[in-house]
Design a protein around this ligand. Structure first.
Ligand SMILES: NC(=O)c1ccc[n+]([C@@H]2O[C@H](COP(=O)([O-])OP(=O)(O)OC[C@H]3O[C@@H](n4cnc5c(N)ncnc54)[C@H](OP(=O)(O)O)[C@@H]3O)[C@@H](O)[C@H]2O)c1
Length: 287
């Protein structure tokens, strides 16, 4: 079997074009959707990510506000900035670029965000809503994967799904969204026993490790006809790669996402979708 490609370029372009139309509708009603980005510290990779997110926003007509704190910033300064942005009616979405420097209590910062402006979907309130099946602003990577399933009409109901990741950003919210769609989900991680056996029996594998020397998903590790969603990003021979050895997985799977050109683009598109959703909620609440 040769897998069909789940093309993040096509699906993210579709999401972005819908977002662009929603932005135009909001502007016609006097609302300019606006995303505030917060870059705290001097991590060059984070600076690049923030730059890309701002460009994505501009592309669909979302305004951006750029906030930066020098590497020596204190926890209280960041909390104050978040509160300022929470109270600014012209700002609809707040993106605090993660990870934050080690001395910062990341949870306290995330918890300080207004859930209505939490476009990463990570606040305790939005996590709880997701767990109750009522998520509105959902984490971008897992919800981007659901968009891929919707676009390609992949129904995961009844499938045995293995998620190799247990982070708050990817694995846990993804497991909830897969459960909502009636998959049977096993969350795996670095301490999981018999991972090989679990992978071999899975109908759907979502992998997000990002460390090729520690974990590479090859075709021989998966079931014939399974679906492979590759979230991981790693560098191999100076090239951006996922967790999967794409060529061997492609020979065995029924569907596979490439890296680059897969889930990463969806994550970026879903941030825009969340921002426009947040702007629509703000408009409804002010009426
Ligand atoms: N494409 C995108 O849009 C996107 C978005 C988010 C993240 N990512 C990528 O996804 C990856 C994970 O991100 P993250 O923030 O969730 O990082 P993380 O918190 O470090 O998660 C990595 C996960 O992999 C597990 N793991 C590590 N080695 C393993 C092994 N040998 N076998 C099985 N599991 C193993 C870890 O287990 P433990 O919990 O036991 O340590 C952990 O759950 C990174 O490459 C990141 O760049 C991509």
């Amino acid at each position: 079997m040769v897998a069909r490609i789940i093309d993040g370029k096509v699906v993210s372009a579709d999401v972005k074009s819908k977002v662009k139309k929603a932005v135009e509708r909001l502007k016609d009603r006097g609302v300019q959707p606006c995303l505030a980005t917060v870059l705290a510290g001097d991590d060059p990779a984070s600076a690049t990510y923030v730059g890309s997110k701002q460009n994505d926003a501009k592309e669909v007509g979302i305004a951006t506000r750029d906030h930066r704190l020098a590497a020596t910033f204190k926890q209280s300064e960041l909390v104050e900035l978040v509160q300022l942005l929470n109270n600014d009616p012209e700002i609809h979405g707040i993106l605090v670029q993660l990870p934050l420097p080690k001395q910062i209590d990341e949870f306290e910062i995330i918890a300080a965000l207004s859930p209505l402006k939490d476009v990463d979907g990570l606040t305790p309130y939005n996590s709880g809503m997701l767990q109750s099946g009522m998520g509105l602003l959902k984490p971008c990577t897992p919800s981007g994967i659901m968009e891929l399933f919707d676009y390609y009409k992949i129904d995961v109901a009844g499938m045995d799904a293995v998620v190799v990741n247990r982070s708050n950003l990817v694995g846990k919210p993804l497991a909830l969204l897969l459960l909502e769609r009636d998959a049977t989900v096993t969350i795996c991680h670095s301490k999981t026993k018999d991972l090989d056996e679990k992978l071999r029996n899975a109908d759907l594998v979502v992998t997000a490790v990002g460390n090729r020397p520690r974990f590479t998903l090859t075709g021989s590790m998966i079931k014939e006809g399974s679906i492979v969603i590759d979230v991981g990003t790693a560098r191999l021979d100076n090239k951006l790669v996922g967790d999967a050895d794409f060529e061997s997985v492609k020979q065995k799977a029924s569907w596979v996402t490439p890296v680059p050109g897969g889930v990463g683009l969806m994550t970026r598109a879903m941030l825009l979708k969340n921002t426009v959703t947040a702007a629509s909620i703000a408009r409804e609440m002010s009426r």
